[in-house]
Structure formats: C-alpha cells, structure tokens
Write a protein that binds this ligand. Sequence first.
Ligand code: FRU
Length: 538
Amino acid sequence: MKTLIKSNLVVMLMVVSFLLGCKGKAQKNQNVDKADQVTYSEEELYRPNFHFTPKKAWMNDPNGMFYKNGYYHLYFQHYPDGNTWGPMHWGHAISTDMVTWKEMPIAIYPDEKGYIFSGSSVVDVNNSSGFSKNGIEPIIAMFTYHDMDGEKSGNINYQSQAIAYSLDEGQTFTKYSENPVIKNPGIKDFRDPKMVWDSIHEKWLMVLAAGQKIMFYSSSNLKDWKLESDFGDGVGGHGGVWECPDLFPMKVQGTDEVKWVLLVSINPGGPNGGSATQYFIGDFDGKKFTIDASFENDLNKSEYKSIWIDYGKDNYAGVTWSNIPDSDGRKLFIGWMSNWEYANVVPTETWRSAMTVARQIELQKVNASYRLLFQPVRELTNYRSTKFKKESIAIKGDTKIIDSKAIDLSSTEINFKISNLKNSGFSFKLTNKQGDTLAFGYNHSNKNFFVDRRKSGKTAFSEKFSDRVSMANRISINPDFIGTIILDKTSIELFFDNGETVMTEIFFPNSPFDKLSIEPKDQEFILGNIEIHKLNFN
Ligand code: FRU
C-alpha cells in the first residue's frame, strides 16, 4: 500500500514536471522532496510490527497472565467501544512464545457491579476453589470491581475484589455468585489483586494496592481471604497512588538464596514523570513482607528514594505470568507501554497503546544489596533474520551505522559492546528525511543513560510527552558497555549492562526512521561487536 501510494506520487510528479517542461536542478530537487512526502496511513506508520496491540480501540494494563498447555495467556484492560479509557473489560490474547499474539474474544465483561479493573489469574491445579467440573483444572481470575455509580455518589468504597472461573482454558469466565470476595473496608484506592501460589508456605497469597500501601492476604480456597499485613509506610516512592503490585520469590543468580520481590506501580511519581514501577527486595514469612536491610539502605541514599524496573516513561502496570512450569522456571513479565500523562491522546486513532516485549526477570546480588535484571525473552531471537555485523569502528564524529536500504529499522534488534569507554559518552541517533530525531545513549559527565525524544516527530499532543530528556543512573562500574536495543515502529527498549538498567519509550515520527548513527560525546572511542538483526514476522 505504502509503496503503491509512493510510486503513484512519483509518477504524478514526473508527469507534472514533464508537462511544465521543468529541467532545472532546483526543480528536480523539489520533485525529490515532494516524492519523499509520502502520506502514510496510521496503520503503516504507527501500528507496531511485533508489540501486542488490540486490533481496535483502547488498551491499558496487562492482566491475569497465566501459562497452560503450550499457550501464554494475556488479558488486558480494554474499552472495545472507544479509543480512550472507558468502561473496562478484560480483552484476551494468546501466544505460543510471548512474541506473536492472537487476539481472542473479550473474556470478562463489566456488569451491574461495575467495570472490570486490573487483576490476575492462577491455574487451580488442586481444585482448592471447588470450581472444577469433570476433572478440568479451573482457571481462577481475580479482579477489582469499580462501581461507577458508587464513585459518582461521592462514596469512597466503590472498589472491591471479585473472582471468576474458567473451565475452557481462559476463553470464557463465569463470575462467582458470592462476589465480591473482599468488600471495601473504606479505602478509596483499593485494587489490582495479584494472586500467587506460595509453594514455600503452601497457601495462596494475594497482594492488593490500597492507597499508598500494599496489603497482603492469604487463602486456602481462593474465595475466603484473610488480611495478614501491609507494607509501604515511609518506604519508597510516594508521589502518587500505588497500583498493580506483584509478589514472588526468586533465587539470587548463581546461589540458592531466596529473596522475595515486590513490584509496585505508582502514578504519578515516576523517575521521569508520570507512571512507573518501583520494586522492593526482602523476605516474606507467609504473613509479612520485610524489606532487606541492604536494599532499604540503598533507598535511603539520596540518588535513589525508589529503585525502578525501567527508567523510560513507557513501562507501566507490568506483572508476571503464573503457572510457568518448573522445567522452564523463568519469571516472565510484560508491561503496558504507555504513561497516564498522555496515554489517552497519543496520535493513533484505530487503537491506543501497545505492550512491551515480554521480559525475563533475574535477581542478582550487587555489592551487598540486590537488583533485578530485565532482558527480552529469548524467544525473540527466533525471529532474527538478516544480520549485519560490524567490528571496531573508530567513532570520531557523527558516524552512520546503518540505513533503511540495508535493514528495516522498525523491526530490529541491535546488540553492541563498547570496550573501555573511559571518559567519553555516546549518543545514538535515529533520523528520517523529515528531520525527526530520536537520540539515546550515555553521558559520561553525570553517568546517566538518556533517551531524548523532544524532536522525535509528533510530540505536540501533550506537553508531558517531550518536556524533558529521560535519565537513568548507571549502576555498573564496568568500563565496558553492553547494550541491546529493540526497535519497533513506535517504540525503543534499551537494555544496558545485561538488563541492569532498562529504558522503554514510545515515539511517533512523521515518517519511518531510516538512519541510525552514533556520535561520541567528549572523546572518540571504538565501537565494537555491533550486530544488527532484522526481526522478521512475515
Ligand atoms: C493502572 C490502573 C489500575 C486499574 C486500571 C483501570 O494503570 O489505574 O490501578 O485497575 O488501571 O483501568
């Protein structure tokens, strides 16, 4: 379609130029310029090549992800009748590899009790809920009912927790007749239940966001829930409401030590404005979460206050998959690739929002404390096709790495290593003929990674979209840099130092970016081992 419009335009321009008898150089250049002003459809320009988007209409948080019988299930906050936030449903998509998704019919609809807000699902393998029939393992979903009438009436108790079960592997759900299973205790923001089977203490657990705290519940049957404790007073970021928590145990890389990870999304109050997800590392005794002393110590350092899973502006409300087989053993995560500061007004009409690539989480010991590492799931490498490899380029000034004649820069994975960067920094630039630029890289002077989308194309839809350059402190003290860059039409995901620092941002260029270059900051350096993979989804 794009090529068709483009070639028709070129033919038209040639005919016009012939009729006018234009022979001069200036006129020719004008023709070239005009031919470059292709009109792209929203679909061609902005629909991601491989990040999940609903076919049409609005999407926000990922919900209820579980794995069963070869399929990864992903549900999502969805308003099927509009392209801005509205009455929430649980949309549904499935995948065999967390990379290519198939959208399924809507799984849970709002009803007289309210909209269906965020939540989670588990596979009830032992039928502790009693919902099983004919030996089928039920899938139990838990979500928040948001009662709009209650909200309008001025009460604060309009959010409660409810469950539903599925006996057809998550395609359709039956709501439990005794809902809600947890009534509102008089807390305004009381939502986003995330259930987990605690194999250490052998019971179901559930974490819930309540104002600016997390509440911990336990249950033996997924219907009756007991409040055990809460966490959050005076710890971490409190610039906004806490939302979409997740809790899970993890082995520290290379050891048998087990620590508990608590993810907490917060909006606003993110490190670069708006929505973001912080985390805490600690211990859980079956009732109470205690933050690790060394991690708490880090949070008390002036440069932190919070430690974030992603320092870009567009990774929010992310949680992990349940029921991943022990033989796999990975902790798998996906986030919503937007930010409440502008999610409702980004320049797409047919659909709004995409998910991040699915990511694998690992826990590592850093100095005396702990950090999470996030990397794209390895399944993404199955889509690599053409590969360009460049070794040791001396970067003295602005140096082209590759352009769209060689590779489609909107479906690409780039791996690079810079050995011994010493006192320099670097800035990658994605550019197009319209003069749009997306810059990202590392500033040596303040030891910060950055993403600068201020001139990346369409930005005027919200002041908050491009009011600043996003920054992230570098944690590693390794003189060598390793990075992975995942590019789609409207997103960049940067994984630095093996995923110690991650930055995810969206952008909307006026035409596709067609050149990638790099320039040194302060001092020349050698760019080594650069590998560029086309990711092929045809
Ligand atoms: C997070 C959130 C959740 C809520 C949902 C509503 O983005 O605000 O707290 O359940 O979105 O769509």
